[in-house]
Design a protein around this ligand. Structure first.
Ligand SMILES: Cc1cc2nc3c(=O)[nH]c(=O)nc-3n(C[C@H](O)[C@H](O)[C@H](O)COP(=O)(O)O)c2cc1C
Length: 398
């Protein structure tokens, strides 16, 4: 069928776009939607790799039928059992009752648990070579990228890596499917947000998976979200490698809360000082209005994390505390930390922010905080400016 994109002579792109869902995992905003990607290899055996969210099963199965016609579908390879990829399995089995499910031991358990499927199950491991005619497919286990059962499928004949959620991003594929057809800058921003929120907690596992693939010749990466990477496959691998290695860009994420603007004023001075002293990437994140997924994305991207908070009922302002919890739960490593805060009668913000460096085992400056009482005075401006200067020096030193 001419309008269904072909990844190569034998492989079709069978993804769908979701422009309806507001929140991925009911948590992460989708201003540019999301694509659920599935792929079909046509050889002596017809092999589907992953399915799509159940909401799009109809569209997906119609396209599959447009390619297969009356031919059988022999295998479904399940690289990832998360429901945005496995959601159409039940209806797929209904339409192709003889299909065989290619899974590993962990996904076999999930196949049973989610769909009560125990028949026609082919269990593979990393030594399996699945012969489908003119080629053999092999499997690379990638546990915790981002569920325990995740595996990649590799087609050595066409040099294609089907990489499940790895190398994925938010954003629909609006006509363009391949990296050279889309606005890569926009996708890279969503790669950062996708990685930091969805995969980022498991950086060391991502590193292991990338290392396992080092010996493979990879021309094309078919992830389950985002564009198909081929012209810039090296770029997306390098970006995921950098992120999962905790290699941060020179820059600072200033996360602050502010009810009446006093704490925000300190954030502005620190931000201005950082830029004045040569740091190009400075992002001010108002934790009340910026969704935590964007805050985290910046945290993952830039080396310095500066937290600012007013004292609120003798403690931290809630949205700043939420941001700190999210950062802590992701186990973000290797940052440079500083903080600032404000109060009117008994300061508790800075006192509660300071231990975060130790909690996270982050590097920090010897004098790492600025605290103001009520309105910012000249001495406070000088202290905030100096904090920005010293942060810049530290950032630019490395
Ligand atoms: C609900 C509420 C609770 C507060 N609790 C405290 C407090 O426990 N101790 C204190 O010194 N100031 C407290 N403050 C005052 C603020 O910390 C202070 O005005 C701060 O500078 C506000 O910063 P902002 O202008 O950035 O919002 C409270 C203010 C509000 C509105």
């Amino acid at each position: 069928m001419y309008y269904i994109p072909k990844v190569n002579d034998s492989t079709y792109y069978l993804g769908v776009n979701d422009r309806t869902k507001h929140l991925f995992e009911n948590l992460w905003p989708l201003p540019a939607g999301v694509a659920y990607n599935s792929y079909l290899i046509k050889d002596e055996k017809n092999v589907l790799i992953d399915t799509v969210d159940i909401c799009y099963a109809d569209r997906f199965l119609n396209n599959l039928e447009r390619i297969l016609g009356d031919e059988p579908l022999h295998y479904l390879i399940v690289d990832h059992m998360e429901p945005d990829h496995s959601g159409s399995i039940r209806v797929l089995k209904h339409k192709y009752p003889d299909i065989q499910f290619v899974v590993n031991k962990k996904s076999a358990d999930m196949l049973k648990g989610y769909f009560d499927i125990t028949d026609n199950v082919v269990i593979v491991d990393e030594s399996t070579k699945l012969n489908i005619g003119s080629r053999e497919l092999q499997f690379i286990f990638a546990p915790m990228v981002h569920w325990p059962e995740v595996m990649f499928t590799y087609d050595a004949k066409e040099k294609v890596l089907f990489s499940a959620d790895a190398f994925g991003s938010f954003g629909t594929l609006d006509g363009g499917i391949f990296d050279e057809e889309v606005d890569r800058t926009a996708f890279y921003n969503e790669v950062y947000r996708y990685y930091s929120n969805i995969v980022g907690k498991y950086g060391s596992f991502t590193q292991k998976a990338i290392a396992k693939c080092a010996g493979l010749e990879i021309g094309t990466i078919c992830a389950t979200h985002g564009p198909v990477w081929r012209k810039y496959a090296g770029e997306i691998i390098a970006l995921y490698d950098k992120l999962s290695k905790d290699e941060w860009e020179v820059g600072a994420t200033i996360i602050y809360g502010s009810m009446y603007g006093h704490t925000e004023e300190v954030a502005e001075v620190i931000g201005r000082s950082l830029a004045h002293h040569g740091v190009k990437n400075v992002v001010l994140c108002n934790a009340s209005t910026m969704h935590p997924s964007y805050v985290l994305s910046n945290v993952f991207r830039y080396k310095a994390v500066v937290l600012g908070c007013p004292t609120y009922n003798n403690g931290l302002y809630p949205v700043v505390e939420t941001a700190m919890n999210m950062i802590e739960s992701r186990g973000v490593k290797g940052k440079l930390f500083a903080c600032f805060g404000s109060y009117t009668w008994n300061g508790a913000a800075v006192k509660n922010l300071k231990p975060f460096a130790e909690t996270m085992k982050w590097e920090t400056l010897e004098e790492n905080s600025v605290e103001i009482q009520m309105e910012m005075k000249d001495a406070d401006i000088a202290a905030a400016w100096d904090l920005g200067k010293r942060l810049a020096e530290q950032l630019l030193k490395d």
